[in-house]
Each structure stands twice: as structure tokens, then as C-alpha cells.
Design a binder for this molecule. Sequence first.
Ligand SMILES: [Zn+2]
Length: 471
Amino acid sequence: MGFRRLLRATRQDDWGFLKGAKSLWGDEVRLNLRLSSSKKWVRLSLVRGALWDSAQRRAPKTRQATRATADVDGLPLLTDPCCPTAEPLWCCEEGTTCCDGLQCCTVENCCPNNTCCPWPCDECIDNGTLSGGTITVNPDPACLQDIITFTASGVSDDGGEQRRNCVLETIAPVAPTYTWELTIPPGYPAPLPPLSGTGPAVSVVAKAPGTYSVTFKANADRDCPPPEITLDPAVKTLAFAAAITANPTSIPATTVWAGMPANISQSTISVPWNPPECEGTVEIVEIDPIEGYVPPDEGTLTPDGQNTWRYDAFTEPAAEHCPKLVRVWIAAMMGDVELSRVSILVKPVHTHWTQGASSNFANDYNYIVWKYAGVLATSGGAFTGGVTISTNGCVGCPFGCVYACTTLNPFTGTYSVAFGTTTFTGTENQAASIIGHELVHTTAADECPAYTWEFNNDAATGVFQCDTAYL
Ligand SMILES: [Zn+2]
């Protein structure tokens, strides 16, 4: 046992201060101390780890021994089996134990090898520290449905020192262990991922935009562990944008009628994804029957180059007598998240040819004649002398300005017809009915059979179902 270690094992407030070492031989160290209580000098000897007062032949009060043969300082005599029968006679005080027959130790200082340790037999001298550590986040940028992985690394343990059975031992550094806590965005759909766990890495599927963060805590799983450290949180924010646009935003329905210009029932959908690496999907998300008409299909979306799609309008069947305006909503989607939407108005073909900048009444006439060919054939007539579309709302007939007028050429025997624009600016059912009326006139019939034909065929022209005002 070393001299310095002995001093550390005693309470210096009762011992005064060290005067100096007197001599050292064998197992004994002699030294002079001045007691702070009496201011007297005493000579102490250390023999095999015990302190002895050379003047009084007793250990100082702070030492855990008292004399067996006398009541010293009011301390009771003890009948301790450690007490030897010959001088020096020392018994161990209450709260101490005898380790080797001569030395009295505190219980925690009596080591398993039956020696008395100046310190606790087992104690942590230096727990060491954990330091460093970073968190990496992949991938970057992250898109919806990506697996985001947070990985902690770089935490170092500088080891420690402990006393085991009174022997100092170095504690080797160990690889750190980790616990983590995950924070997910408020809009994350159920089922939620685990929000805490163990290990150096945590992965989460990015099912919602927003902020994902992970806090790692590192520990060293060894003797005399160092304090836990918390690494700076790693934060990953997923923000997406896609300003979807459509051009044009108003198109006619698709028809198999051969007179329709190519590509006229299409709209180009553009979606600049941000970040560009995170491309989502474009979907038809809603068919809004704003006038109560539900089309037979939604139309189709087809990829058409970088960030563009082509929307082909739904079909207007030839048998559909009451087509109406429909609003089609198309959205830029990132997973289940709708980033933006745009609407396209899909007009009936008749509306396309009779309203706005696309008006062309001759085309509408051809379309009606094609679409209602079945019922028009029942008129038994034909415009053998040609068809004229006036730029005026009505055309002059002998009995006034009317929708249309059919005229017989007495020289050729052919019938020509002139339509005013109001023939077409109403419903397609009205237009079909008026055309049939004029066709009846080409059979040399007067107004009575012509109107009768209209009444008899009001279901086939759709007037009955779709245009009661004309009826
Ligand atoms: Zn008539």
C-alpha cells in the first residue's frame, strides 16, 4: 500500500496536516502529523495497511478501530472475533469488519480476497464520455413513397477506469448503442410507423409531405457507463409542388364523326414537378356533371413527353340526344396527395360548332345530318338543289322570316334550302327537327305534313326529351 493512497483514505479534517515521512522499512511507514483538535504532534506508523499512533498506541478516531483493553474516547469495547489476544489489541468498530485479523475495514472496503482496501473495493473512477456523432439522411431529395433512412454514426467512447477488488482497471471503449424517437408529419395516414426504437438506423416510408425528424441518443453498454448523449436531431422536410395546367381548357367531346378536325378533342396537360426528381402521377379525379349530364366515360390520359400528358375527351355517342356541358377535373398527384388540379370543360359537339369562336354552322349542319341520319331518312326528302347557311338569324320566305326555307327550282325540279343561324343556335334536337321539316318540303308537301313529321318524330330527334321549349 502506498503512502499517498493511505492519506486519501482518511479524513483530513481530523488528521491535521502531514509533517513528513519519518522512515520506511519493511511493511511499516512512519510519519508525523499534527492533530487539528489538540494541536499536538503525534507519530503514526502504518503497518500492513493499518495506522498506529505511536504515542497512544491507538489509531486516530477516524480510523475504524479502537483499543480493546480500554474505553477510549467513550467508544465501547467490542467482542469481535477479529480481536487478537496479544498487543496490539484492536477490535473493529461497529459498521466495520475485520479482513485479515489485524485490519478493520468498512464493509465496502473489505474485498473478496480478504484484504482491506483504502477505497471501496469496487468503484467507478472515470466513466469516460461519449462524443461526436452525425446523422445522415437518405435519399436526398426524398419523394413520397420513398423510404427515408436516418443513420447515426461517428459516436466515440473514450473508455473509462474502475477499481475492481481494489485493483484499478482500464475500461476499454465499446461501440455505442442507440435509441431513437421519430416524429412524422401530422397528415401521416394510418397505420403509423413505430415512433421509437433501438439501433443506429431508422427507416420510414414517406407517405405524407411535411417534416420527418429523428432524435438519436447514444449510450455505451459497459461497466461504469458514460452519460448518455443526445445527437442533434436530423430533420427531413418533404415539400412538393406541381402547378398543373391544361391547354386548351375547353374542348368538344370526342366523336366518331369523320368531319371532326383531328386532335380537336384533346388538351395538353403540363405538370412541372418540384422537386423535379419527384415525379408523381396525373389522374382524372372528378367528373362534374354541371348540367346534370353524366358522360359514358371519363376520357383518357396518355403520357405525351416530359411532364406532359394528353387528355382525350370522353365520347359523345351518336345515340346521345341530350349531351350537356361537363367539367372534368385532372389532378397532379404525389402518392395519395393531390398537389393541384385543373378543370377542362367538355362541350357537346353541337355546342362546339354553334357557340363562341369555334362557331361553324355548316359543320354543325353536317354533324346533325350525320348524327340524326336515321330519323331524317324517314322524311323521304333530299336537298337536291343544295344547302345554304345564311349569316342571318332567319331567312325570308313568302310568309315571313323563318328558321329555314325550302325552294323548288321550276326549271331543274330540284329543291334547295336556306337555313338561318337560329336553326342551329338552339338545341341540336331543334336543328334536327327543322332539317327534317325542310326535307319533308322537298317531297312537295306543304306545312301540315312538315309539322306533322316533327311531332311524330319528336322522340327520335330528342325534342321531346331534351327541348320541350321548342316542342
Ligand atoms: Zn315549313
